[in-house]
Ligand binder design. Structure first.
Ligand code: DGL
Length: 423
C-alpha cells in the first residue's frame, strides 16, 4: 500500500510541468556545468563536512539563521535534550542565500504567478546544492566555485508553503539524501508547546495565508498528537515585511502599519469566529515579524483595552517564532541522518558563506526601475520553464552590497549573523 502511495506521488511529480522541467534540466546537465545544475556524483556524497544551506526570499531568513546560530537546547556530545552552555551548531558551517532580486515572494500569489514562484524556490535550492556562483566582476563574468550543502533549511514561510513538497520531490527524483527542514511544519509543531486555551492567529504574508499551509500543518500536527482541531484565524499583510526592512516602496511608519495589520487580524477573527475563543497564540509566520514582536504585542494590548475588542483578544498572548522550532528540527534531522560535523575533522569551508541575487542588467529584454531593481510588471509576469534565463545573478553578499536599512537591521538586531557576515 505504502509503495503504491509513493508511486502515485512520484507520478504526480512527473506530471507537474514546473517540477518536470527542473528535473529534466538537472538530469541533462549531470556535471553541474550550467546555472541551476549539479554535479550529482559530488552532491550525493552527503558528507558531514559540508556546510548547511539556508535560503529565503531575501535577508529576512537571516532571523532564522540567527536563531540556528544561537540556539542551545541539546547536549552537543550526548544529544540529550537540555542546554549544555554550548550553541547546538557550534561545529557547523553555513551557506546562506537570499533571493533579494526576485522578492517579495509573498506577493506572487496575488499576481497570479505561483508557477514562477515555485520554480524560483527550486532554483534557490539548486543554487545551494550546486558548485558555482556568479561573479561580481562584470569584466570577468566566469562563474566561481562554491561548496555544495548537506542539508537545506527553507528559512522563508512563503517558500515553505509553496515549495517544500516540490523540493522534497526534486531531491527524491535526483536520488539525493539531503534533509530538508521548512519553517511552517516546525512552527506548527512548536505550537503544541503553547497553552491549549484560546484561538490561534497566523500572522504572515498574503501568499503564506492564501496557501493555507499553516492551518493544514497545525490541524494535522494536532491530529497526530491526539488534540482537537484548533480555531484558527489568518491575516496576511501585503506591506509589513517591506516596512520592517525599510524598503522605500512602503511609505507607512512601522507603528502605523502594525496597528493597521493587528486591527485587521482581530477584525477578521471577530467576523469569522464571532463566538470563538479569544486570540491567544500568535504565530509570527513571516521571517521579518519576530523583529517587530514588541511593537506587535503593544498593538494587541492597545486594541485589547477597547471594549469592542476585549472579548476577542486574550489578556496575555503567547508568540510562536517558527525560527526557534526550525533550529530544533534541523538539529534532530542532522542527528538522525548522522550528518553532524565531527569535531576535529576538516570543514569543506572554514568560513560561513553568504550570497544574494541581484538583477543582471546584461540580460536581453530585462526591465529595471530607476534604482536598478527588477521592474514590478517584468518581475511578476515571467513564466517558468526557461532554466537558461539568467536575468538575476547569485553573487557573494557583503555588507556593502546590502541596502543601508537592511545592513543596519542585521548589525543591530542579528549580532551573531553580523559577526559571521563581517568577520
Ligand atoms: N521571507 C518571506 C516570508 O517569510 C517574507 C518576505 C517576502 O514576501 O518575500 O514569508
Amino acid at each position: 500500500m505504502r509503495t503504491l502511495v509513493f508511486l502515485a506521488a512520484a507520478l504526480l511529480a512527473q506530471a507537474d510541468p514546473v517540477l518536470e522541467k527542473v528535473v529534466s534540466h538537472v538530469k541533462s546537465h549531470p556535471t553541474g556545468d550550467v546555472p541551476f545544475s549539479l554535479d550529482i556524483t559530488f552532491t550525493s556524497k552527503d558528507t558531514p563536512d559540508l556546510p548547511i544551506g539556508v535560503f529565503d526570499s531575501g535577508i529576512g531568513g537571516l532571523t532564522v539563521l540567527e536563531e540556528i546560530l544561537k540556539i542551545d537546547t541539546f547536549h552537543n556530545d550526548s544529544l540529550a535534550p537540555g542546554p549544555d552552555g554550548r550553541p547546538d551548531f557550534e561545529n557547523e558551517r553555513f551557506i546562506y542565500f537570499g533571493d533579494q532580486a526576485n522578492m517579495p515572494y509573498g506577493n506572487y500569489s496575488a499576481e497570479n504567478n505561483l508557477p514562477y514562484l515555485r520554480e524560483l524556490i527550486l532554483k534557490d535550492a539548486l543554487f545551494l546544492l550546486g558548485n558555482r556562483h556568479d561573479s561580481t566582476d562584470p569584466a570577468s563574468p566566469t562563474p566561481q566555485p562554491k561548496p555544495s550543502v548537506k542539508a537545506l533549511v527553507i528559512a522563508c514561510n512563503t517558500a515553505t508553503a509553496y515549495g517544500l513538497e516540490d523540493l522534497r520531490a526534486l531531491i527524491k527524483e535526483l536520488n539525493l539524501s539531503i534533509p530538508v527542514v521548512g519553517v511552517v511544519e516546525a512552527g506548527a509543531r512548536g505550537l503544541l508547546s503553547a497553552p491549549e486555551d484560546g484561538s490561534v492567529a497566523v500572522f504572515a504574508t498574503v501568499g503564506t495565508c492564501s496557501s493555507g499551509a499553516y492551518p493544514k500543518a497545525i490541524q494535522s500536527t494536532r491530529g497526530l498528537a491526539g488534540r482537537p482541531a484548533a480555531t484558527i484565524t489568518q491575516f496576511g499583510s501585503p506591506a509589513l515585511a517591506g516596512v520592517i526592512e525599510g524598503d522605500p516602496a512602503f511609505a507607512t511608519s512601522l507603528a502605523d502599519q502594525i496597528a493597521a495589520d493587528v486591527k485587521s487580524l482581530v477584525d477578521t477573527h471577530r467576523t469569522t469566529h464571532p463566538n470563538g475563543p479569544p486570540l491567544q497564540k500568535i504565530i509570527l509566520g513571516c521571517t521579518h515579524f519576530p523583529l517587530a514582536k514588541k511593537d506587535i504585542d503593544s498593538a494587541f494590548a492597545t486594541l485589547h483595552s477597547d471594549p469592542a475588542y476585549t472579548p476577542h483578544i486574550a489578556p496575555t498572548l503567547t508568540y510562536v517564532n517558527p525560527a526557534e522550532w526550525t533550529a530544533k528540527e534541523l538539529f534532530r534531522a542532522l542527528a538522525s541522518t548522522r550528518l553532524r560535523h565531527k569535531p576535529g575533522t576538516p570543514f569543506v569551508t572554514e568560513k560561513d558563506l553568504f550570497f544574494l541575487s541581484v538583477p543582471n542588467p546584461q540580460f536581453p529584454g530585462i526591465q529595471l526601475t530607476e534604482t536598478g531593481a527588477l521592474d514590478h510588471a517584468y518581475k511578476y509576469r515571467r513564466q517558468p520553464g526557461h532554466l537558461d534565463r539568467q536575468d538575476t545573478l547569485n553573487i557573494p553578499m557583503t555588507p556593502e552590497k546590502l541596502p543601508p536599512t537592511s545592513r543596519h537591521l542585521i548589525q543591530s538586531r542579528l549580532p551573531t549573523t553580523w559577526s559571521r557576515l563581517n568577520p
